[in-house]
Design a protein around this ligand. Sequence first.
Ligand code: BDR
Ligand code: CA
Length: 313
Amino acid sequence: MPKPRKIIIDTDPGQDDAVAILLALASPELDVLGITAVAGNVPLSLTERNARVICELAGRRDVKIFAGCDAPLSRKLVTAEHVHGKTGLDGIQLPDPDMALSAGHGVDFLIDTLRSEPAGTVTLCPLGPLTNIATAFCKAPDIVAKVCEIVLMGGAYFEAGNITPAAEFNIFVDPEAAEIVFKSGVPLVVMPLDVTHKALTTRARVEAFRNLGTHAGAVVASWTDFFERFDVAKYGSEGAPLHDPCVIAYLLKPELFRGRHINVEIEKQSPLTLGMTVADWWGVTDRAANAMFMGDVDAEGFFALLTERIGRI
Ligand code: BDR
Ligand code: CA
């Protein structure tokens, strides 16, 4: 087997972040160098706690978890308890974590790791607002060229928005950070709502998690049961989008996804469309492409992969 791919997961767990982290930890193709928590779905004190809960659930107390930024670069934090519940991980009561946070700031971990690892060997996987990544790029511009790739969940084009009619949550919370990342020149793969809204937790898929007969399978089913209530009521869909695991699934099986290499710009001015990802899907400008913007997923293949890997925990 080739050497595992080194990744850092930057995250604001969130039930869907949690499933993404479990997927990564269950996959021998990936070497999780560390997890950096950021404020997003819930405040930082909860996202760093939730990251520890998730690693303990996976039996991985060895994973390094760092607390990162507690607020967007220049705006007040917007959170999403209306989707994820008060703790961010509502749905099932899990034990309080006893593994410790790693010492130091998440941003410094990103900087130190990218400086110490060979150039082009570390992939960043942001699953929340891009505050930590943008802060690291501004504080240590020398690391930008060392990143192999950024595979992130954020944005939307055909699906427009979820937190506002025009913007997806992760980009909306910190559009200034998103702009820094999208203009960084690092190869980007973007999983927007256009993809994640096709990765729905239907009854059969949730039952497949439950039928694994494992603790992790039951927990994943309880999480998805909880957070789907919001999207089911809103969209009338069967189940909720499982956003963030798309990022990790792409690293494992890129052939599950289809997209276009296009220009994507971030709206930062208009109050009406703040945080919109203006994606030139149809190639109507001559702006240079800066992102592989995904548009479709083989949802059956995605859930088959996810279920099989969760079954290993
Ligand atoms: C994104 O926002 C969060 O609520 C989810 O965890 C996901 O990262 C979807 O818009
Ligand atoms: Ca997230």
